[in-house]
Design a protein around this ligand. Sequence first.
Ligand code: SF4
Ligand code: SF4
Length: 125
Amino acid sequence: MQGLHEDTFRQIDCLDCANCCKTTGPLFTNRDVERIAKLFKLKPKAFIEQYLRLDEDNDYVLQSVPCTFLGEDNRCSIYDHRPKACQEFPHTDRKKFYQISHLTLNNVGICPAAFKIVEAMKSRL
Ligand code: SF4
Ligand code: SF4
């Protein structure tokens, strides 16, 4: 999976896509909230009120998509501080990849790279 992940992301430029940022958006952990709130010189509570909501699983998510931090050029305006979930998406290089099949099934519908990686994996089975 590591090899397939790396080969695929050598061929795909996320700046031509940004579909993850346009259609889903990440979960925000407490650490993400603290780090990004600090960047905006906001208290975490104020950052949450301005940008986030609780979803049905009680996780903090964006109030709306496309992500408010996405620029028209598909660049993330908080890239160096972006949520952990954004850093790791589409999770196809995760060590225990087999444990997140349900998540991957969802992500292949969003992410052309994840789709390509899974198709390549299937052809090797
Ligand atoms: S959906 Fe996949 S390919 Fe597109 S920007 Fe996100 S990670 Fe990159
Ligand atoms: S924080 Fe940045 S990387 Fe994450 S969804 Fe928003 S624009 Fe995309």
